[in-house]
Design a protein. Structure first.
Length: 256
């Protein structure tokens, strides 16, 4: 048995997320659907793919990992570099295969991941026409000391129910604790930009976008530190801050 492992970069602006939507690909194209269609044409047989993360509509990736488990009876002889060229020739320019590995045995891109790193880009200052697809343009003045103060409270073992979308399972709140190994921001003054980097083993639905929205709302004066602390402790206060848009989010790296 062999598994193909792809490292994929994509501009998610015009895709309906990474995960394929069976029967709807013609109207709601996805990154996974495009990759599988290209593989079908190259290999002459359909194989399901597994992604390391289910990025939403409009979210981008620099290091999405995709595994393709081949059947035991499939005679696969294409070298990694050749498969990379073939795939990139068949895929739209918005999707780029950056690396191809051939692994002996089974490998699951999601199940075996140990740490995922996401990046989120915020642009501040004057608005421009080119950043909307790839960042969140914040026009309010940002207090960077406040930003530094609050982000320090969101590292380590964090109760993340206040920072996810969807219904909360009140009977099993333990599921919502996540170990955030790393969470920092970098101010790029020359580019009037902030880059947030966050690392954890797993993330809840829209967790990164909600964390960034929470931080920006606090740093622009929407609420005070006492209110921020209440939000961190109480998932019923999720409506007090905005969810950052998908356009600024990037799946940056997956570690195995």
């Amino acid at each position: 048995m062999k598994t193909i492992l792809l490292k994929v970069e994509y501009d998610g602006s015009d895709f309906y997320g990474f995960q394929k939507q069976t029967g709807r690909e013609s109207t709601n194209p996805t990154v996974q659907g495009k990759i599988e269609a290209a593989l079908d044409r190259i290999l002459g047989r359909h194989f399901d793919t597994k992604g390391s993360g289910r990025t939403d509509s409009g979210v981008h990736a620099i290091g999405q990992m995709v595994s393709v488990k081949l059947d035991d009876d499939f005679d696969f002889r294409i070298p990694p570099g050749g498969l990379q060229i073939l795939l990139n020739n068949k895929l739209a320019p918005e999707i780029l295969i950056k690396k191809v590995e051939i692994i002996e045995g089974d490998f699951h891109a999601l199940g075996l991941s140990k740490v995922k790193t996401y990046a989120y880009i915020v642009k501040y200052g004057e608005r421009d026409s080119f950043s909307a697809r790839y960042s969140w343009q914040v026009l309010k003045e940002i207090d960077f000391e406040k930003l530094k103060e609050l982000i320090g409270m969101l590292r380590g073992e964090v109760f993340c129910a206040p920072f996810c979308s969807g219904d909360i399972d009140e009977s099993n709140l333990g599921l919502y604790y996540k170990n955030i190994f790393f969470f920092r921001f970098y101010r790029l003054r020359r580019h009037s930009a902030i880059v947030f980097i966050i690392k954890a083993r797993g993330f809840l639905y829209k967790m990164v976008r909600r964390l960034v929205g929470f931080l920006i709302d606090y740093s622009t004066g929407r609420f005070d530190i006492d209110t921020a602390k209440k939000v961190i402790a109480d998932h019923n206060m999720r409506s007090i801050y905005v969810t950052a848009p998908a356009s600024g989010l990037y799946l940056y790296k997956v570690k195995y």
